[in-house]
Design a protein around this ligand. Structure first.
Ligand code: GAL
Length: 483
């Protein structure tokens, strides 16, 4: 009996222990499950809190000001006595009848042909009279490498002589020649070697620049090495809309670095020849703002693009390091910074990968320009603030708007000049303004459809006609000079 009882108790105990164990393991399981759920909820809410904090931080750090322009008196502007008033052009866009990387691209991509352009190569004397009539004191234009060295190593001295005559003529008009050495175009033979995509080609670029410098620097004091390196590299190698029409991020970064190397090489060499000249670069500062300022996606996209477009370049000049490469000779390689400002881009997840797909977003109250992007003069001030840490004088080397009817340009001009005037009052060292452009011209991939001129050009007759905005600019210059 006792044996039976103890067997019974033992069995009962085992059953109890088993049950107890099961209960414990159920409780443990649910504890573990709860812990995971808890951790997950904490991680997700932590992430949300972090994202929100980051958005709030970025909203504060990168404001996107918009002014009530109605309440601003745009005639309240003043400029220092020695401020220079100018317009800007580029060889391929106005000279006409060239053979270079661009004409090849126009042919290959079946684009509108630059052809005769403004026939400026033959009409430059008349065009320079227009500068005088506007009352300008500076004129920014570019030298066409393909004219001077159409074949590798064979130089066209007659063409150089024409550029030299242009310089003399400008000086006799008391207009400062502001010369750009590379404004998007170069000889076909150099493009065939890979252009800026191959670091070995930079020697050719350097010897072209040295040659021009040797011929003209006794009269030209202000030089831009390269126009808009980031536009050149992204349009030509990411979006494929400019020559050579490639689409590769790897190549884009390579070209960006080589443009920096090329600029630095030219800067060092020319400065060693004549330390007194002033050498800079024309940098397009486009601002990237998130389309939705509360979006956790639009913010990183806009910051990344801003870094690639603007930040990496500025870091290159300040530190001599750019996009994971050391370019020590680039450090402090500017005597002035040329600022080209047009607009801001509102960026989100679905960014276009070619300009055909480009549909520019704009804020509801912003006015779209003919190019599609918004007029955002407030951003001009931000662009000035962006280049200020370079600690060199700022020359506005381009600013303007496509507007065939001239209905927006007067307001555009006034707002942007007001921004400069305010910035100067607050201590920014801005020494010149060059309006883009003197006259309608060949607007790259857009052909002749975009009209940026203070003068309208009839491309059938080559007649130039001053637009009302041109008259406005002339009177602003006149008033500023007589103050
Ligand atoms: C700039 C370029 C100029 C002109 C202007 C108007 O990026 O340097 O050549 O085309 O844009 O879009």
């Amino acid at each position: 009996m006792i044996a039976y009882k103890s067997a019974f108790f033992a069995a009962n105990n085992r059953e109890l222990i088993r049950k107890a164990k099961k209960r414990t393991s159920n409780t443990e399981d649910s504890l573990v499950n709860n812990m995971w759920a808890y951790l997950l909820i904490s991680a997700v809410s932590g992430l949300i809190a972090f994202k929100l904090a980051l958005i709030l931080y970025r909203r504060r750090k990168y404001p996107e000001p918009h002014f009530d322009w109605e309440s601003i008196d745009l005639d309240e502007i003043s400029f220092p006595e020695n401020f220079l008033w100018g317009t800007a052009t580029a060889a391929h866009q106005i000279e006409g009848n060239l053979t270079n990387n661009w004409t090849v691209h126009e042919e290959n991509k079946n684009l509108e042909k630059s052809g005769e352009a403004c026939n400026h190569w033959n009409l430059w004397k008349d065009d320079f009279q227009m500068l005088t009539d506007l009352g300008l004191t500076s004129y920014r234009f570019s030298i066409e490498w393909s004219r001077l060295e159409p074949e590798e190593g064979s130089w066209n001295n007659e063409a150089m002589d024409i550029y030299s005559q242009m310089i003399d003529d400008l000086i006799s008009r008391r207009i400062r020649p502001t010369v750009t050495l590379h404004h998007f175009s170069h000889p076909v033979w150099w493009e065939e070697k890979g252009g800026f995509a191959d670091e070995n080609n930079l020697d050719h670029f350097l010897s072209y620049c040295e040659r021009v410098f040797d011929a003209l620097s006794d009269r030209v004091d202000v030089w831009c090495t390269i126009n808009e390196p980031t536009v050149f590299s992204t349009m030509g190698y990411t979006l494929g809309q400019f020559p050579p029409g490639k689409r590769s991020i790897r190549l884009t970064l390579k070209v960006m670095r080589n443009l920096m190397r090329g600029h630095a090489m030219v800067y060092r060499s020319l400065k060693s020849k004549r330390p007194e000249v002033r050498i800079g670069i024309a940098k397009n500062v486009t601002l990237f703002d998130p389309l939705n300022r509360w979006s956790p996606i639009d913010w990183p996209v806009s910051r990344l693009l801003d870094w690639l477009w603007n930040g990496a370049w500025r870091k290159g000049i300040i530190t001599g390091k750019m996009l994971f490469s050391k370019i020590p000779q680039a450090k402090d390689s500017l005597d002035f910074v040329g600022l080209n400002y047009y607009t801001h881009f509102l960026t989100g997840l679905f960014m276009p990968t070619s300009t055909d797909e480009l549909e520019f977003a704009k804020r509801p109250h912003e006015i779209a320009t003919e190019f599609g992007y918004p007029m955002y003069a407030e951003g001009f001030r931000r662009a000035i603030e962006f280049v200020a840490p370079l600690n060199v004088p700022i020359e506005i080397t381009e600013n303007g708007v496509a507007d065939a009817q001239d209905s927006l340009r007067p307001e555009h001009l006034k707002r942007h000049l007001w921004i400069i005037s305010e910035a100067i009052k607050e201590g920014y060292n801005i020494t010149s303004y060059h309006h883009w452009s003197l006259m309608d011209n060949f607007e790259w991939a857009e052909g002749y459809s975009m009209r940026f001129g203070l003068h309208e050009v009839d491309f059938n007759t080559q007649k130039r006609t001053l637009r009302p905005s041109g008259e406005l600019y002339r009177s602003i210059i006149h008033n500023s000079k007589s103050k």
